[in-house]
Design a protein around this ligand. Structure first.
Ligand SMILES: [Zn+2]
Ligand SMILES: [Zn+2]
Length: 275
């Protein structure tokens, strides 16, 4: 194989190497950063939960905690398998809009592409997530992720493997049309994973990057179910009116993303929650 010759190894060995690197890298970020947050707050400051926890009175029972970690580990390995295989496909000359030489599109475009990719991945995640909240998909797949009403850092990818595959594909779709440097894409995947871990941490966090919603934005998604579908940003929820409203009722059975009216709303201005 051409790519095998280029790296001085057989195709199978190259594939195995890429899958191993992607899997180990993913597991190290996930359990390294997630584990550190868990130890720092859930272990060391458990008795002072009111000071740091978004839902200070809610902790997962031990069996659900262990189940969440097992499912997440399987999904991270699945993610490594997919990402490594995708890298092998690209190295072998498979089609994508990724490029390796920054001079090919210029430095200015490469910098702009960071923003474009971020918004494209966010859009992809928002619409996929909204789709997962349709009754059938929610009941059969997305319900797994919503078993964690008070999520911990380990629950970021505690989800049905079918859902994990859907989200993984949705994150990869933009790079088939948007030219992006390969390192920008890899960096973006790590960035999104780290912020996702913070957003599932259950810890009160106000991100230093001003475009990010606070960690309460996604934590509320787990409490109220069908609202706040965005991943890092509240933009798409604001645009579609799916941001949580103080004046509406939400719950597992209230589908549609806009809650249910509590009383007569005639003439009333919607009261959206600030995150
Ligand atoms: Zn959801
Ligand atoms: Zn979640």
């Amino acid at each position: 194989m051409v790519e095998g010759v280029a790296f001085g190894m057989s195709g199978l060995r190259l594939w195995a190497l890429l899958v191993t690197v992607a899997s180990v890298g993913g597991l190290v970020v996930y359990f390294g950063y997630g584990g550190w947050l868990y130890w720092r707050y859930y272990v060391r400051r458990r008795d002072r939960a009111v000071d740091w926890k978004i839902q200070p009175r809610r902790f997962q029972p031990a069996d659900k905690h262990r189940w969440g970690i097992r499912v997440a580990a399987v999904n991270m390995l699945l993610g490594g398998l997919l990402s490594g295989s995708f890298a092998y496909y690209v190295v072998g000359g498979g089609y994508s809009a990724l490029y390796l030489d920054a001079a090919e599109h210029g430095l200015a475009y490469t910098l702009l592409s960071v923003v474009l990719l971020f918004v494209a991945i966010e859009a992809s995640a928002y619409y996929t997530h909204r789709l997962l909240h349709r009754k059938w998909l929610f009941k059969h797949f997305h319900r797994w992720h919503h078993r964690c009403v008070a999520p911990t850092p380990f629950n970021t990818v505690t989800m049905h493997p079918v859902e994990f595959l859907m989200l993984q594909v949705s994150a990869f779709l933009p790079i088939f049309v948007l030219p992006v440097h390969a390192y920008v894409f890899i960096g973006m995947l790590v960035y999104v994973l780290i912020f996702n871990i913070m957003d599932h941490s259950g810890i009160v966090m106000r991100h230093l990057l001003p475009w990010h919603s606070t960690s309460r934005f996604h934590d509320d998604h787990h409490v109220y179910f069908h609202c706040n579908f965005g991943q890092n940003l509240g933009w798409f929820d604001r645009f579609h009116g799916t941001l949580r409203r103080k004046d509406r009722r939400y719950g597992e059975k209230v589908f549609g993303g806009k809650g249910a009216p509590v009383g007569d709303e005639r003439g009333a201005t919607p009261e959206f929650v600030e995150y």
